[in-house]
Design a protein around this ligand. Structure first.
Ligand SMILES: [Zn+2]
Ligand SMILES: [Zn+2]
Length: 224
């Protein structure tokens, strides 16, 4: 990834990768995302799309808030991000789309990492716990799961300071707000847009992923 692509991934929650992916070209979508970042996070009134040192340092702070150690797989057998197994393999009898891609990407996509950091920064009064980061095939076996979303594409955030009985409503509100910004979708119907797992699957936490992005963008961005 070049510097522009890293910048696009870092601002993913604000729409910088929407439509074209992190292609390194800083066009309209990117400058719109800078404006949204400056208004939401830096509290600028009437922001422009320009980036100066203050903006760069605010972006840096936002990303640094996400502890990379917490993203690691908990299986106890891999080093934290799988074994790179099953490249180009898909679940038997299923279409060759990302939902069925069996590949253990070597890291979590920086689009997903940027998106998670962005959500945490948008709701700074909440205490967020990364309830699921990377989950490799061994971890899936240990828990009887088949989903491969967490093999480099997804992160789950749990709002732990909200009383449990209020979390579903709280997470629904957050999903609605993120969808209304047009930077996330609820479910997986659109290409090249970040996705939120619907509340029927993820009621009391916020699951976000980049699985609707073109495979090449996930390959390029899911690296250390
Ligand atoms: Zn593992
Ligand atoms: Zn999840």
């Amino acid at each position: 990834m070049n510097d522009n692509q890293i910048l696009q991934c870092n601002l993913a929650a604000f729409g910088s990768c929407t439509k074209y992916g992190p292609d390194g070209k800083l066009g309209d979508a990117f400058y719109k995302s800078v404006k949204l970042f400056k208004s939401k996070i830096m509290k600028h009134v009437n922001p422009t799309g320009a980036i100066d040192d203050n903006v760069r340092s605010a972006i840096h702070d936002m990303i640094s808030n996400l502890n990379p150690f917490k993203l690691k797989c908990k299986c106890g057998e891999c080093e934290g991000f799988g074994h790179g197994s099953m490249l180009d393999q898909y679940r038997d009898g299923k279409p060759h789309i990302e939902a069925y891609c069996q590949y253990e990407y070597p890291y979590i996509s920086h689009m997903t990492i940027g998106a998670a950091a962005g959500i945490i920064a948008m709701y700074p009064d909440e205490t967020w716990e990364i309830s699921s980061g990377y989950r490799c095939h061994i971890d899936n076996k240990q828990h009887g799961r088949t989903s491969t979303n967490h093999m480099g594409k997804a992160i789950d955030l749990r709002p732990v300071s909200i009383p449990f009985n209020n979390r579903a409503e709280y997470c629904d509100n957050i999903r609605n707000e993120l969808v209304s910004l047009s930077t996330f979708q609820d479910g997986w119907s659109e290409s090249n847009k970040l996705a939120l797992e619907p509340s029927r699957i993820a009621p009391t936490w916020v699951h976000l992923d980049c699985r609707q992005f073109d495979h090449k963008w996930i390959i390029e961005t899911a690296r250390v």
